[in-house]
Design a protein around this ligand. Structure first.
Ligand SMILES: [Zn+2]
Length: 318
């Protein structure tokens, strides 16, 4: 990945992430946990198709694998790791973090982390909360369990479901939350201290592709890294339809599914992609520190409020 180091640190650092869950895990569909066993398992073929797309472009990515899926498809996890991608954790049961007690969260995450590590023989360094429902108390638990980073914040306009962490800013996508522990935000196009989500999901399928490409280049051209996410079910237009759900939820889930595989393949081909672990490892060195957003210590003045109110923990923004 030496080719990623450029004269302008940050340009060209595009991190790709895939949340490995099946269509019936998506929160918008509201399929009850008890019904999962009866649902058609489609995650394996969809993820294998994504691996083919990545392989064709020599792209590497981070796969946040749901523990429930890993137990059903252990060979899929091994295939992801064998292809040179980063295997990270999406938790076990896809329960919103803020609806769990801390002890329940710890058990859920540990179960997935240990199982994924058993399958791959490598440490799992990253975590992504189901439906981006991260919350402050979860961070020290993640670090205590041995994670190096969380990637569960979309520093954007309000969303009815997303969780949040204090001090996140669309212009600072990689944040050293605690000594040795990073938050890696999903990319947004900046609008003041908030942003329009520009990192995947329904937005990726809704926005015209060329406009999306323009936005990605704008983010990279501003000296920031770009962080994209997608799910295997988003390239699966043939997945079962769930009836009786709200129209807004159906829209978010199904919009342009039929076009998504082509768009995804084009996006993978358009940039050099690295896994998130490479992005944060690049932040460890001084030169690359600037590549994570060009935010140095002397930039911190206007963000003094990013210190925790109780003064216990100072957030260092990269
Ligand atoms: Zn998920």
């Amino acid at each position: 990945m030496a080719s990623m180091i450029t004269e302008r640190p940050g340009s060209g650092k595009a991190a790709l992430s895939i949340d490995v869950e099946d269509w019936f895990h998506a929160a918008n569909l509201g399929v009850a946990r008890e019904a999962w066993e009866q649902c058609e398992l489609r995650v394996e073929r969809n993820t294998m198709r994504m691996l083919e797309i990545l392989d064709a472009c020599n792209a590497r990515a981070t796969f946040f694998v749901l523990g429930w899926v890993a137990e059903k498809c252990p060979q899929l996890v091994r295939a992801i790791a064998a292809a040179g991608h980063e295997v990270a954790s999406h938790g076990y049961g896809h329960v919103f973090v803020y609806s769990l007690r801390p002890s329940e969260f710890r058990s859920d995450v540990l179960r997935s982390k240990q199982y994924l590590e058993d399958l791959t023989g490598k440490p799992v360094r990253g975590y992504r909360a189901p439906s981006f429902t991260i919350t402050e108390w979860a961070i020290p638990i993640l670090q205590d369990l041995g994670f190096d980073y969380d990637s569960s914040v979309v520093p954007s306009v309000a969303h009815d479901r997303y969780g949040r962490l204090d001090g996140m800013d669309a212009g600072r996508p990689v944040v050293l939350l605690r000594d040795g522990f990073y938050e890696v935000c999903i990319s947004c196009i900046r609008l003041g201290k908030r942003g329009i989500p520009w990192g995947g999901g329904g937005y990726f399928r809704l926005v015209p592709y060329l406009l999306w490409l323009w936005g990605v280049r704008r983010i990279l051209g501003s000296g920031m890294p770009y962080i994209f996410y997608i799910h295997p079910w988003e390239i699966d237009a043939g997945q079962p339809r769930v009836t009786g759900i709200k129209a807004t939820h159906r829209f978010r889930h199904r919009i342009n599914l039929q076009r998504c595989e082509g768009r995804f393949a084009a996006l993978v081909d358009a940039f050099e992609w690295i896994p998130i672990c490479d992005l944060i490892d690049g932040c460890e060195s001084g030169a690359a520190r600037r590549s994570c957003g060009d935010h140095r210590a002397d930039d911190r003045g206007e963000y003094a409020s990013d210190a925790d109110p109780d003064g216990q923990q100072m957030r260092i923004l990269l």
